[in-house]
Design a protein around this ligand. Structure first.
Ligand SMILES: [Zn+2]
Ligand SMILES: [Zn+2]
Length: 77
C-alpha cells in the first residue's frame, strides 16, 4: 500500500486513494496515489473543467458551423 499521507501536501486525515488511470478496478501500486480529500477533489475538478471547456468549445464550433449552414437564403420572389 502507498504511504498513509497525502502525496501533495502530507496531510494525514481525510485521505483518498486516487487511481491514476481513472480505473477504480486497477489497484496496482503504481496506479494508486494517496491524496487528501481537497487535493483529490481539486485534481478531478480541474480535469472536469478542462473537459467541460472542451465540450463548450466543441458546442460553440458546432453551433458556428450550423449557424453558417442555417444562414437564411435570400428570397427570390
Ligand atoms: Zn493533501
Ligand atoms: Zn481520483
Amino acid at each position: 500500500m502507498p504511504r498513509k499521507s497525502c502525496t501533495e501536501c502530507g496531510a494525514r486525515s481525510k485521505l483518498h486513494v486516487h487511481h491514476k488511470d481513472r480505473n477504480p478496478a486497477n489497484n496496482s501500486t503504481e496506479n494508486l496515489v494517496v491524496l487528501c480529500a481537497s487535493y483529490h477533489l481539486k485534481l478531478h475538478w480541474h480535469e472536469d473543467r478542462s473537459k467541460r471547456i472542451g465540450a463548450l468549445m466543441g458546442q460553440r464550433y458546432a453551433a458556428g458551423k450550423s449557424a453558417l449552414v442555417a444562414k437564411p437564403q435570400p428570397r427570390s420572389n
